[in-house]
Design a binder for this molecule. Structure first.
Ligand code: G4P
Length: 528
């Protein structure tokens, strides 16, 4: 019988962040190829045709826009570890979602395209990582194609992210003629061999320096010189600064040809911290061996037309989860049965009977659960609240056909609960024309689409003059409302938001009225 602490020690739970097209899907698929028994067949992720034609309504939208919104979790075995890989949406408009997923992860892997380096969305997602103080590994992908030189890429990481890159592997051969990597820790050169479209693991051969010099010629000399220079400069992996998000171990590779994928997976096992006791709202920690507790980091409905249900994604934080156990939903304090617990492998769902710290469960139709809630057994548990992102886009929504008002209201409350978009109401005007608030405009597209396809309520959106918001309270409301260019609206959960027409105006109100509550939210004014 293993204990939660022992099971936690062999788990690694992380998320991949990348700019769209950098290769996140391909890399995930290759992780599964290298992963063992628990993995579904490697086609699960990349079988996009299958996945997309699957069933979900909004998968169609994802396909049209080439974005991913829905979340999946993959679990596979590698070496003696169980790896939990959490999917994050690639688009910055969904960075609040990414933030929540990172709340459930112990580390991230940042994937860069070797030809493009740091791209705008990588930077934004990275800022989310930094905000959450999540350590991250960097995988420089597509090294099989012409691109930037390795030193140039390191410079970019250092200058743009202000994080010290510490290579774990160093490439031999230029981008486009990628032969293999030198392991910076051992000095061993591993040469890869291509397989047809990387459908099987890349054969690897360890080659000694003499033979490498003979067979690789100038490519080897240059790689060796650079590799040694980096060591002399002290650019070696440093666990302490990695955990503090001050340095990032860097791996070079090509997900398409599988080059370097194994080194990255080894890095995940060796460097990503195992689940540790989680900090609670009161600052104490709940030990891994305490009874079951978990954090709800995402709520999603409408994932599958065939099952019109709502899933709360829960990261196990302590104890052993056993399906069917009675657990308490933190916010309401109500007990519920966990009979319907699932794992999500892409679009496939499977019943999960047992889970340990670091694992992710989907609790189906646990309707009391909201993002940020704790689910637990035994002593009352609450996690620090997940901070809300500052919305910057505000549109007024009206239902086109007033006979569909009920559906409209139901749909909005669902989207609000999921955090797909924030729904703000004027106390006096009620539900007629709420304001939808978003971090990025694509959230409106998702809301419109889902209201129409899942709830049968077509909506019309009209612009509002507001561009920035701060959290306020009931006491400050009337003074703010009396001002020009300011409005105060409420969310269902009782949060008051003060909306301003311009940042200039907001700054002035903040300066002139220190007596008013106006609290900054995460990523106000955009991420970096
Ligand atoms: P994403 O999930 O981050 O958006 O990226 P995805 O894996 O879908 O990869 C985007 C494109 O980049 C795909 O090409 C993929 O094959 C290619 N790619 C990924 N990794 C590598 C790599 O290491 N080397 C090279 N050369 N290409 C890579 P596509 O043409 O859009 O799709 P497909 O027809 O190849 O599936």
């Amino acid at each position: 019988m293993s204990t939660p602490r022992e099971e936690a020690a062999r788990r690694r739970t992380f998320a991949i962040i990348s700019h769209p097209d950098a290769g996140k899907t391909t890399l995930t698929e290759k992780f599964l190829l290298y992963g063992g028994a628990l993995a579904k067949e490697a086609g699960t992720v990349k079988a996009r045709e299958g996945r997309r034609s699957a069933t979900s309504d909004w998968m169609d939208l994802e396909q049209q826009r080439g974005i991913s919104i829905t979340s999946t979790v993959l679990q596979f075995e590698y070496r003696d570890c169980i790896i939990n890989l959490l999917d994050t949406p690639g688009h910055r408009d969904f960075s609040e979602d990414t933030y929540r997923v990172l709340a459930a992860a112990d580390a991230a892997v940042m994937v860069l395209d070797a030809a493009k380096g740091i791209e705008p969305q990588t930077l934004k997602l990275f800022e989310v990582c930094r905000e959450r103080e999540i350590p991250f590994l960097t995988f420089i992908n597509k090294f099989d194609r012409p691109g930037l030189g390795p030193l140039e890429l390191l410079d970019q990481i250092e200058e743009t992210l202000v994080v010290e890159p510490t290579p774990v592997t160093w490439p031999v051969g230029i981008p486009g003629d990628f032969r293999g990597v030198i392991h910076q820790g051992t000095g061993v050169y591993t040469r890869f061999e291509r397989t047809a479209r990387g459908s099987t693991m890349a054969p690897e051969e360890e080659i000694d320096a003499e033979r490498a010099a003979l067979e690789e010629g100038p490519s080897w000399d240059m790689a060796l010189e650079e590799s040694q220079l980096l060591i002399e400069l002290g650019r070696e992996v440093d666990v302490k600064s990695f955990l503090a998000c001050e340095s990032t171990p860097v791996f070079f590779g090509s997900a398409l040809t599988n080059f370097g994928v194994r080194f990255l997976l080894d890095g995940v096992v060796d460097l990503v911290p195992a689940p540790a006791p989680r900090v609670l709202e009161d600052g104490s920690r709940r030990g891994l061996d305490e009874p079951f507790s978990g954090l709800v980091f995402k709520v999603q409905a409408g994932m599958d037309k065939a099952h019109r249900d709502r899933i709360a994604f829960v990261r196990v934080c302590s104890g052993k989860f056993e399906r069917g156990m009675m657990a308490i939903a933190g916010r309401s304090g109500r007990q519920f049965s966990t009979k319907y617990a699932q794992t999500m492998f892409g679009q496939d769902r499977e019943t999960v009977d047992v889970a340990w710290p670091g694992d992710v469960l989907g609790l189906v139709n646990a309707n009391d659960l909201r993002v940020g809630d704790a689910v637990y057994v035994g002593a009352e548990t609450a996690f620090p609240p997940l901070p809300a992102f500052a919305p910057e886009y505000f549109m007024r929504a009206r239902v086109k056909d007033t006979s569909k008002f009920k559906q409209f209201r139901k749909g909005l409350s669902q989207l609000d609960e999921e955090g797909a978009v924030q729904v703000l109401r004027d106390r006096d005007l009620g539900d007629q024309a709420p304001v939808l608030a978003a971090v990025g405009p694509m959230q409106f597209e998702v809301a419109t689409y889902r209201l129409e396809t899942e709830f049968g309520a077509e909506i019309e959106l009209t612009a509002t003059p507001y561009t920035i918001a701060r959290r306020t309270d009931a006491a400050s409301t009337s003074a703010l409302r009396a001002m020009q260019g300011v409005d105060v609206l409420e969310r269902d959960d009782g949060t008051h938001l003060a909306l301003f027409e311009s940042r200039y105006w907001m700054d002035r109100v903040v300066t002139d009225h220190p007596e008013l509550t106006l609290v900054r939210m995460v990523a106000e004014g955009g991420l970096a």
